[in-house]
Design a protein around this ligand. Structure first.
Ligand code: ATP
Ligand code: MG
Length: 244
């Protein structure tokens, strides 16, 4: 049985798409087969980050409308064995309903160990669609009050939608900036405010950003990417300490 994980946040730009890609790369390195589904209708970006932008002929809406077979809307990452992408509709008006999207995911998920769903920001209809097939969720927040408030709102919405296993990823953490800003006394205070159990802290690292924008996911290594290896192992149930 596959694990279906939605990656969400209240505020935009917290790093959901980045976490989706880096986590997926970490999972395939551990021998898993992963389908990434971009559910950010009208604002898709995973195709650029995976360097398959030019290949995309069919997206998720084509698959459900019968314009193509489901498999024809699944694209292999050129740089990452066992990593596949289903793109979001290019136009926002082609957003899928929750029931249609859930049916799509339920049909394809058994071909993969993990299905990772990149949600649009917020708790609107696009998020509800993205969360509809999910067994579990990662909420991505930055360590600042507006982002954390958004995380709480997403948490409550996920609870109301019946998503059971919910964990927090604190992204773009820079110890020096965090101390200087002084919004929170420490990371425990962020976790308390977000009301969600922590699973990973990802450092601010410009290299992560550069690799994503270059479509070079999986081609570079480094300490920041190793955080995702630990996150992947924790998702697998391994007792791996959270490195700060
Ligand atoms: N750990 C990090 N260190 C440095 N830059 C990062 C990190 N994580 C994400 N970024 C950068 O932050 C920006 C937003 O990231 P990303 O697109 O993944 O966010 P998002 O939550 O998916 O945004 P949206 O809500 O628009 O979908 C990008 O420029 C990305 O490269
Ligand atoms: Mg995104």
């Amino acid at each position: 049985m596959s694990n279906v994980i939605v990656v969400a946040s209240g505020k935009g730009g917290t790093g959901k798409s980045t976490v989706c890609i880096c986590l997926s790369v970490a999972l395939i390195k551990q021998g898993k087969k992963v389908l990434l589904i971009d559910c950010d209708c009208g604002m898709r970006g995973l195709d650029i980050m995976l360097d398959v932008e030019q290949d995309i002929l069919f997206d998720a809406s084509d698959a459900v409308c019968g314009n193509c077979a489901y498999g024809e809307a699944v694209y292999k990452s050129p740089n990452n064995e066992n990593l596949y992408l289903m793109a979001a509709p290019f136009d926002a008006e082609n957003e899928l309903s929750p029931s249609v999207f859930k049916q799509l995911v339920d049909t394809v998920k058994d071909n993969f160990d993990y299905v990772i769903i990149d949600s649009p920001a917020g708790i609107g209809s696009g998020f509800v669609t993205a969360a509809s097939p999910a067994d579990s969720a990662l909420i991505v927040t930055n360590p600042e009050p507006t982002s954390v408030r958004g995380a709480v709102k997403v948490r409550r919405k996920l609870d109301s939608l019946g998503v059971r296993s919910i964990r927090l990823v604190i992204n773009r953490f820079d110890k020096r900036v965090f101390k200087k800003m002084g919004y929170y006394s420490d990371l425990d205070a962020v976790i308390d405010a977000a009301q969600t159990q922590l699973i990973a802290v990802v450092p601010f690292d410009i290299n992560i950003s550069v690799v994503m924008q270059q479509g070079a996911a999986g081609l570079k290594t480094g300490a920041s990417f190793a955080v995702f290896d630990r996150l992947a192992r924790r998702l697998e149930g391994r007792r791996i300490p959270i490195a700060l």
